[in-house]
Design a binder for this molecule. Structure first.
Ligand SMILES: *[C@@H]1O[C@H](CO)[C@@H](O)[C@H](O)[C@H]1NC(C)=O
Ligand SMILES: *[C@@H]1O[C@H](CO)[C@@H](O)[C@H](O)[C@H]1NC(C)=O
Ligand SMILES: *[C@@H]1O[C@H](CO)[C@@H](O)[C@H](O)[C@H]1NC(C)=O
Ligand SMILES: *[C@@H]1O[C@H](CO)[C@@H](O)[C@H](O)[C@H]1NC(C)=O
Ligand SMILES: *[C@@H]1O[C@H](CO)[C@@H](O)[C@H](O)[C@H]1NC(C)=O
Length: 253
């Protein structure tokens, strides 16, 4: 009798502790909890996330995670890691994240709009996954961004005009998706651009003069718009970098 009741008290206590732990996990949103929730949402056949132990005070000792001096996560380095599954929206709460490197996995689903909240982000590299859906307009809010690499997925919809607000961007690589619509003239605002790769999509219209101007007045060294449905072009099987042929520029004075 006594044994039975103390056993049930222990069981009830264990259940209560379990519920409390669960409640803590779902209600709090510390960076470790967010990353652990992301771990749970992924398939990880190579066990690269084995060190992601939610009982540690913070995720700063976990492999593939880097923190700053304040124990805030600044890098996630999980390129070519064999991961599959979605990106969870809570990732947008990693406010200090600078490098988000998840290229070459099998991530599917869409890019969460909440990633636009990553206001310290310098590099977003999701190339070579199985992502679908549209490029969120919200990414245009990440004014610190220098590299935006989304190529080699199956993204659809048009290129958001808001990307023209990314005035520190050096590399914009959206090639090899299923993007449609016209090339936004707003991309001509990005005077810092060195590489603009939009090839192998279903873009229509013409290349806006504002974008062509970047070749003349700024540092754009590669503008690749081949293999789209642009006016006046035929889809050539040979991949080609667009060249701009013009007379020699007059020197001022
Ligand atoms: C660390 O936190 C302090 C206080 O919140 C802040 O002033 C400082 O800028 C932070 N440092 C880094 C590297 O984020
Ligand atoms: C992502 O892939 C998994 C496993 O193949 C599948 O179960 C899931 O439905 C996919 N999700 C989306 C949004 O395509
Ligand atoms: C983050 O982004 C989403 C979608 O863009 C937005 O609805 C939400 O309010 C943002 N959250 C914070 C904390 O800024
Ligand atoms: C990409 O998505 C489009 C539209 O959903 C679909 O028709 C097409 O088959 C997909 N392509 C690949 C390579 O998955
Ligand atoms: C072009 O590149 C040079 C050399 O890297 C740099 O000093 C300059 O600021 C760049 N111009 C723009 C508009 O980013």
């Amino acid at each position: 009798m006594g044994t039975h009741s103390s056993a049930s008290v222990a069981a009830a206590a264990a259940l209560f502790t379990g519920l409390l732990a669960f409640a803590t996990l779902v209600s709090s949103n510390t960076e470790g909890d967010i990353l652990y929730a992301q771990r749970q949402a992924w398939k990880d056949p190579n066990n690269v996330l084995q060190s992601w132990d939610p009982t540690l005070a913070n995720p700063c000792t976990w492999f593939h995670v880097t923190c700053n001096n304040n124990n805030s996560v600044v890098r996630l380095d999980l390129g070519l890691a064999g991961l599959s599954g979605p990106l969870i929206p809570q990732l947008g709460e990693l406010s200090y994240l600078e490098y988000f490197e998840l290229f070459g996995n099998e991530l599917n689903g869409s890019i969460p709009a909440s990633l636009g909240n990553l206001s310290s982000l310098v590099s977003l590299d999701l190339q070579g996954n199985l992502l679908t859906g549209a490029i969120p307009d919200s990414l245009g809010a990440i004014s610190t961004l220098r590299n935006l690499r989304l190529y080699g997925n199956n993204l659809t919809g048009s290129i958001p005009q808001s990307l023209g607000d990314l005035t520190n961007l050096v590399k914009l690589e959206l090639q090899k998706n299923s993007l449609s619509g016209t090339i936004p003239a707003s991309l001509g605002n990005i005077k810092t651009l060195e590489f603009l790769r939009l090839n192998e999509n279903s873009l229509t219209g013409t290349v806006p003069v504002e974008v062509l101007n970047l070749v003349l007045v700024s540092n754009l060294t590669e503008l690749n718009v081949a293999r789209n449905n642009l006016d006046g072009t035929v889809g050539s099987t040979e991949l080609r970098v667009t060249a701009i042929i013009q007379d020699k520029l007059k020197t001022s004075g």
